[in-house]
Design a protein around this ligand. Sequence first.
Ligand code: C2E
Ligand code: SIN
Ligand code: SIN
Ligand code: SIN
Ligand code: FE
Ligand code: FE
Length: 410
Amino acid sequence: MLNEKQKLEQIINLGLEVAQVKDVDLLLERILTEARTLVNADAGSIYIKENSKLMFSYTQNETMRQKLPPGHKLIYSTFSIPINDKSISGYTAHTGKTLNIENVYTLPEGVPYSFDKHYDEVSRYRTQSMLTFPLKTHRGDIIGVLQLINAQDKNKDVIPFNKEDEPLIMHFANNAAIAVERAQMTRAIILRMIRMAELRDPKETGAHVNRVAAYSVEIYEAWALKKGIPQVEIDKNKDILRMAAMLHDVGKVAISDIILKKPAKLDVDEIEIMKQHTYLGARLFTDKYSDFDEAASQVALNHHERWDGNGYPGYVNPMTGEPLSGYTNSKGMAIGKKGEEIPSFGRIVAIADVYDALSSRRVYKEPWDESKVLETLHGDAGRHFDSEMIDVFLSSLDIIRNITKRYPEK
Ligand code: C2E
Ligand code: SIN
Ligand code: SIN
Ligand code: SIN
Ligand code: FE
Ligand code: FE
């Protein structure tokens, strides 16, 4: 249990962290962890407002987590709740009021909301005390709800949430709301860039881009944990990689429609032109103002390199597309990067991109069955792909499939 000074320190630290983390999903994870620690809550969820509904966006549950094998994450399905007085989170989002409920199974008489026991039945969890508060921006807009579940005492017995903790949590919820809003704005700008690319290539929708990004983050986290990379560094890189992966094909904006939308196999010359999308994309990020620009440039440039050295574009200068001096083969062509010469983000996005391309419909191909996709990836480990990363990918398949469901083709 934390004393008051520790609680204050934690709020201040969170403020600093929130200012640094730019990605919404990662922020949700951080906010929930910090808020739960602050009041010793066993579980919690965040709902973010989307199209006048509350989307169940993130959840943590310590009791349920401890029942999982080590390293596994809780898998949850997304669902939405109408913003009205009938549910607890709906009520908070609708009215902006904090609800501190001792026991959701014995709600006071006359309240408009009720607790839906269905969630407990499905998850085999017993919800009891619940603290629900709005995520409000400085303009007073409610952008979501944070819900903490089952405060615990030293003996892990469930107790009501302490009324005195409410202002602390409220203060930090307001900061978090502003940061979420800012992160949503940064993401919106990147999404506009991606949408511009899609105007060129409408068959490949934003869903492809979102899936490739989420798969990449998943592969990265599992791989980096295995490598012993510290969690703080992993968290920072996840944020950056997600946005960089979304832009892996942004160079396709420069490729002619005749090639990009050809409903058939490309010929040899067309393939050569198509290959330019790698360094043309990297060119957009040559002024490396941030870690994000660096990562976006690496991903665009390297996502079609192959582990065996037979990928493209190889060692080229992105500004010219010409081979770097000393890196040409007997025909004067750039030699491919191979193995760990390929930056890790490039190796990761290669797997995510090919998995998604094979699983999806393209103008030039039908979707493949999952078994054939997996066989191909497995067979190409050590040839096209980093074997270690393929192992990690194949052991995270349950999470991968869940991501596929989260971002369906429109
Ligand atoms: P993409 O559609 O996002 O595909 C990404 C990568 O997935 C491909 O890189 C390739 O490694 C893999 N992939 C996709 N479809 C297949 C397939 O049917 N069989 C196999 N074995 N692998 C597949 P790649 O080949 O370098 O292509 C890069 C981009 O070039 C593709 O991105 C796509 O936009 C375009 N492209 C490739 N082939 C064709 C084609 O035959 N017709 C058209 N119109 N575009 C193509
Ligand atoms: C994850 O939960 O880390 C992957 C899915 C996502 O955030 O889009
Ligand atoms: C992009 O990232 O460039 C949009 C999707 C695509 O063209 O593959
Ligand atoms: C490709 O590289 O074109 C597809 C995957 C493979 O067979 O290596
Ligand atoms: Fe590509
Ligand atoms: Fe792609």
